[in-house]
Design a protein around this ligand. Structure first.
Ligand SMILES: Nc1ncnc2c1ncn2[C@@H]1O[C@H](COP(=O)(O)OP(=O)(O)OP(=O)(O)O)[C@@H](O)[C@H]1O
Length: 259
């Protein structure tokens, strides 16, 4: 379980004396095995929140608890374990992979860092992950720049899974892909979530993607969570005027009339 308590993050605005409250007193709990989506416009604080949830940024105030432990206070071995348990998958697949490494080495890295497997078991696991991500085995010897955008995303997901995480956080992980590849990866994520019962936290600009994937949708604006709903298929659950505005903009694609 992840518990976010009164969490804030302030940045200094460069070249000024101003402070910018990127995350503004946010509270929520994510239950194990749930699929949550966080929707918001550019600059609303989504990525900052994701980095706080992984312990990559320290909060200005408040806390993130993972299995009862304050992430920001974890050190040494405890921090390493935490890094393996909460995996962040970013928009820029290529930039997130070492250009010198082959796909095999990229996926093997978390196995070697966090788990101790024999060479044989490591190879079997990497083959299984490639199959799960619907990637051909011959891709193992290629480097990041020799992959398509969709293949890069799948390799990043395979690498995250190799660490055997409890939580996957996707930050705009399907942006920049063509609609067919994007749909394919979203379906893969849905299947993965169902099969592995992992907790997924999916950050996106697109409310339609959030509604397609998640059983809980949170809407962020100006650093605050302005709406947080369990979603069972009907958009009637959303009441905030900003969410309604977003819904109106995607109504033609949903084939629904928004009240
Ligand atoms: N390291 C930083 N230093 C100063 N300001 C920052 C820093 N990181 C983020 N910000 C500011 O914090 C605010 C929230 O940024 P954040 O990247 O979290 O938004 P976002 O919702 O993820 O946006 P996008 O959808 O465009 O990625 C923005 O105004 C941004 O300029």
């Amino acid at each position: 379980m992840i518990k976010v308590n009164n969490l804030s993050k302030e940045f200094h605005e460069q070249g000024t004396r101003n402070e910018l409250l990127a995350v503004d007193h946010v509270d929520f709990t994510i239950q194990d095995g749930s699929f949550c989506a966080l929707v918001g416009e550019s600059g609303s604080g989504k990525s900052t929140l994701a980095q706080l949830m992984c312990g990559l940024l320290a909060p200005s105030s408040g806390e993130v608890l993972f299995e009862g432990k304050n992430i920001a206070l974890c050190r040494g071995k405890q921090k390493q374990v935490l890094r393996s348990k909460i995996q962040l998958i970013l928009q820029d697949g290529k930039g997130a992979m070492d250009p010198r490494f082959t796909v095999y080495q990229i996926i093997a890295e978390p196995i070697r860092n966090f788990r101790k497997l024999t060479k044989k078991k490591e190879e079997r696991e990497i083959n299984d992950l490639l199959t799960m991500m619907e990637l051909p085995e011959e891709i193992k010897l290629r480097k990041a720049h020799e992959l398509s955008g969709g293949q890069q995303k799948r390799v990043c997901i395979a690498r995250a899974l190799a660490a055997q995480p409890d939580v996957l956080i996707f930050d705009e992980a399907v942006s920049g892909l063509d609609v067919l590849v994007r749909k394919h990866i979203l379906d893969l994520l849905k299947r993965l979530h169902q099969e592995r019962k992992m907790t997924c936290f999916f950050i996106t600009h697109d409310l339609d993607i959030a509604l397609y994937l998640a059983d809980r949708v949170m809407v962020m604006r100006c650093g605050k969570i302005i709406e947080d709903r369990t979603f069972h298929g009907s958009t009637d659950c959303f009441t905030h005027p900003y969410t309604k505005l977003l819904l109106h903009s995607i109504a033609p694609y949903l084939g629904q009339t928004i009240q």
